[in-house]
Write a protein that binds this ligand. Structure first.
Ligand code: BLA
Length: 238
């Protein structure tokens, strides 16, 4: 279902950045579920470049039952650029939930004007992808922008509308990165270190996938996957 999105992202990354592999802790790169009647696999990839500190994406394939494409791109700490977040989930053909956003590290006016307002033009072309759904796990005012794509879709809309929107948001994201002025003062950079770390902590504590991971791969593996790979700067004890 979301394989073309993953392939498009990979092509873009490899064409635009000088990527190096970034290690994934042993045992977390992939897993196969031994449970249930539908075999489920999860596979993850992780890279870095000069501009991007951590690029990770994962694909869960449980056949008809579940397909998930999840990705977060973390800019280098010298950039205050938002994180790029993607969470596309399909549970059977009927239940498809998509989320994509430039996840803001700060909420002040200057930040929003610089990094969020430019999304408006694209967002306005894709009303069917922004449905004002209520968030149950997360707080919409933290680490989400007002121009996020958040919708329940059918598979036709995924192809006809989500795919072009995905391409346009990615293009804008690369542009923002290219135009970003690197911070030079240690205290400014430290502020980004902290903000990205808080994002990991917040996300690890609320991740709605915990139950899904646990049901397929067991709670021990899930806990490790969350705290040692997906959100590795979060502390399970904090
Ligand atoms: C919701 N994301 C979900 C749900 C699951 C996942 C199972 C609940 C779906 C439901 O309502 O039934 C799945 N999350 C995952 C998976 C991974 C993960 C598989 O981290 C990792 C491999 N989530 C993100 C990112 C964004 C995001 C980067 O990981 C930002 C774009 C958003 N996911 C997001 C939102 C919801 C969601 C906003 C709805 C949650 C809510 O209602 O509060």
């Amino acid at each position: 279902m979301f394989a073309p999105f993953k392939e498009y992202l990979e092509e873009e990354l490899f064409n635009r950045f000088d990527l190096r592999s970034r290690s994934i802790p042993a045992g977390l790169e992939s897993n196969v579920s031994a449970r249930g009647k539908n075999p489920a696999t999860i596979q993850s990839w992780c890279y870095q470049s000069e501009q991007l500190r951590k690029i990770r994406y994962s694909y869960i394939d449980a056949g008809e039952t579940a397909q998930v494409f999840n990705s977060v791109i973390y800019p280098a700490h010298k950039y205050d650029v938002p994180l790029l977040g993607v969470d596309f989930l399909s549970f059977g053909k009927k239940k498809i939930l998509i989320v994509m956003d430039f996840q803001p590290l700060f909420r002040d006016r200057a930040y929003v004007d610089k990094y969020i307002e430019p999304m408006a033009e694209i967002r306005d072309k894709y009303n069917e992808l922004a449905q004002n759904l209520e968030m149950k796990f997360y707080d919409a005012n933290q680490y989400f922008s007002k121009y996020l794509l958040f919708a329940k879709l059918d598979s036709e809309t995924v192809v006809n509308s989500l795919f072009p929107a995905f391409q346009e948001y990615l293009e804008l994201y690369w542009q923002m990165l290219d135009q970003a002025e690197p911070l030079t003062k240690p205290e400014d950079i430290q502020r980004i270190v902290e903000a990205q770390k808080e994002y990991d902590q917040y996300s690890a504590e609320r991740d709605p996938a915990h139950g899904l991971f646990s049901s397929y791969f067991g709670s021990e593996w899930s806990e490790k996957f969350l705290y040692e790979f997906l959100f590795e700067d979060a502390s399970p004890l904090a």
